[in-house]
Design a protein around this ligand. Structure first.
Ligand code: NAP
Length: 553
């Protein structure tokens, strides 16, 4: 057990009312935070998880918009750490919907008795590293105060909603007289949209799921599209019980094979080992068609080079554009729905009846790339010198990804260094796990890791296990602090950038590079080397005695 021995110099506030001391504080009780709590507590550490929401579940608590469901098959998008859990839990659908994912999070919290060490409704406001005590001092919006030797940020890469200013002070969202909803802050109470005139801004993964569902309910639905999306059919349905039985007969083997793939899922759909350019036109068409019929994100792994060779990528892109032209009756609408950036450059969307939705008489598509939204008005919005009127506005405008959730905290390292200043030019970090100047701080699924490209469960289990091993290693040697060196950090950021340059990911504006949030630095934040190569590098660092880290006794 790691002790609080360095806490011998209480701060002035502590003298008034001592802050509770822990070995580890975890920020967030989504799937990352829940596993971190289970794992670290299991090592005998005193751990507390602080969660802003009133429930566990993280992203699956807030993203409760109609149609929300996962885009990785549930037999893959789930914890692997407990054989009993993965055998006992039965998903009902191929891709679980948000309520089922939330039930799963709650089941895990109960099954592993996690709730007693989770404080809900607790938004962490500040976390300062006390260099004398060598401890993190953490405080919450409701006056809670804690100290801990280690701080684990399990805040999620996509948890800070992006709220565009649109017309700014003169024509901002607050002018709208109707109801405004954000996909990532959907109300808990049932919402009646029948008979309403609804507008959706945004056609990323959230919009793609929302739009067909809203079209079923609304009297009129206007979709404001800035960039058209590539949408593959999910082909969701009840879980195939024979497939489930086959997976469960060797779940550990299935998980291991998935961990060995680029994205931590899809081991049953590996890429053909050739370039798309080396297949004949007929072979290519047949290969893409086969993946289209299977459904889901596996289209991008039809050939080995779709994400690295722009010419190969364009062949897959054109295949999808062909599908759009078949699905959408009005040729002009079909053309507006056809994306022209590299496929996969923005996260590929999996949907159900998305393109077909635009054949409905109650659905209108408005291109706000050609005619940007100039202002929100009390009755709607102005784009292209024309007012579009509606009574309910749904923002599916995404997230201030990676850095947003961290920058919401007044996080300060050595010498009072603020994370907002440290990351002014982009999120400097080492291994995606640590930040120079911020000792004993670990980031789960943060920037600089393969988070955005890896099955989230594979990512968080890897990160938490790595952190757990690191803490045990430090403890066994009596070390008190571990901190990334600035050299290791610079080398890592250079590696992240160099890796991105070998891919198609720099070929468009996306949340991977911060382009979706005005004013955010244009920096590629996730690591695109694939999970196995990333895990190997993390393991090599650990095995070397934490090369690139400064360790103090
Ligand atoms: P997103 O992919 O960032 O999409 C946001 C949409 O809003 C884009 O179409 C964007 O257009 C548009 N937009 C943003 N600001 C705008 C403005 N000022 N004017 C007009 N349009 C604007 O966000 P998301 O759909 O919430 O998805 C984010 C990520 O969350 C996904 O990539 C995925 O990783 C995850 N997610 C997963 C699922 C799932 O598992 N099924 C579901 C939802 C989300 P531009 O493209 O032009 O910027």
């Amino acid at each position: 057990m790691i002790t609080a021995s360095r806490q011998d110099q209480p701060s002035p506030e502590d003298r008034a009312a001592p802050a509770q001391a822990f070995d580890v504080l975890i920020v967030g009780a989504g799937f990352g935070g829940l596993y971190a709590l289970h794992k670290l507590r299991g090592m005998g550490l005193e751990v507390l998880a602080l969660e802003a929401a009133e429930s566990v579940g993280g992203t699956w608590w807030v993203n409760r918009y109609p149609g929300a469901r996962v885009d990785i098959q549930s037999l893959e998008y789930s914890y692997a750490f407990s054989e009993d859990l993965q055998q006992d839990w039965c998903w009902t659908e191929r891709y679980a919907a948000q309520p089922e994912l939330l039930r799963y999070a709650n089941h895990v919290a109960d099954r592993f008795d996690l709730r007693r060490d989770i404080r809900l409704n607790t938004r962490v406001l500040a976390a300062h590293f006390d260099e004398v005590a060598r401890r993190w001092r953490v405080s919450s919006a409701d006056g809670g105060r804690w100290t801990a030797r280690f701080l684990v940020l399990a805040t999620g890469p996509l948890s800070s909603p992006n709220l565009p200013a649109f017309g700014g002070a003169e024509g901002g969202i607050e002018r709208f007289a109707g109801r405004v909803l954000h996909s990532a802050a959907w109300p808990k109470e049932p919402l009646e949209l029948r008979g309403r005139d609804v507008a959706v801004i945004g056609t990323g993964s959230s919009g793609v799921q929302l739009i067909p569902t809203l079209a079923d309910q609304a009297r009129a639905l206007t979709v404001f599209q800035r960039t058209a999306a590539y949408v593959v059919p999910a082909h969701n349905g009840p879980l195939d019980l024979a497939w489930e039985a086959r997976i469960k007969a060797d779940y550990a083997g299935f998980r291991a094979r998935n961990r060995n793939t680029y994205s931590g899922f899809g081991s049953e759909l590996t890429p053909r080992p050739i370039s798309a350019l080396d297949a004949t036109a007929e072979e290519r068409e047949a290969a893409f068609e086969e993946r289209w019929q299977v459904g889901g994100l596996g289209l991008l792994s039809t050939f080995r080079d779709l994400l690295t060779n722009p010419r190969a990528n364009e062949l897959a892109a054109e295949f999808v554009r062909g599908k759009i032209r078949q699905a959408v009756r009005d040729p002009a609408t079909a053309e507006r729905l056809c994306p022209h950036h590299p496929i996969g450059c923005k996260r590929l969307c999996a949907g159900t009846g998305y393109y077909e939705t635009f054949n409905r008489p109650n659905v209108v598509l408005v291109d706000v790339n050609a005619h940007p939204i100039a202002a929100i008005t009390p009755a709607g919005l102005v784009a292209g010198a024309r007012e579009h009127r509606f009574d309910t506005l749904v923002l599916a405008t995404g997230f201030d990804a990676f850095t947003g959730p961290v920058a919401r905290i007044d996080l300060r390292g050595r010498g009072g260094l603020r994370i907002q200043d440290k990351w002014r030019g982009g999120p400097l970090n080492y291994l995606g796990l640590a930040v120079a100047g911020f000792p004993n701080l670990f980031h789960i699924a943060g920037p600089g890791s393969t988070s955005a490209f890896t099955n989230f469960f594979v990512m968080v289990e890897h990160h938490v296990d790595w952190v757990a091993d690191c803490l045990a290693w430090l403890d066994a040697r009596g070390h008190t602090t571990i901190e990334a060196s600035t050299e290791a950090e610079s080398d890592w950021v250079a590696f992240v950038n160099a890796t991105a340059e070998k891919t198609v990911y720099l070929g468009c504006k996306s949340w991977y590079v911060g382009d979706n949030v005005p004013g955010k630095p244009h920096v590629f934040m996730p690591l695109a080397c694939g999970f196995p190569a990333y895990a190997k590098r993390c393991a090599a660092v650990a095995n070397s005695g934490y090369e690139g880290f400064i360790i103090e006794a």
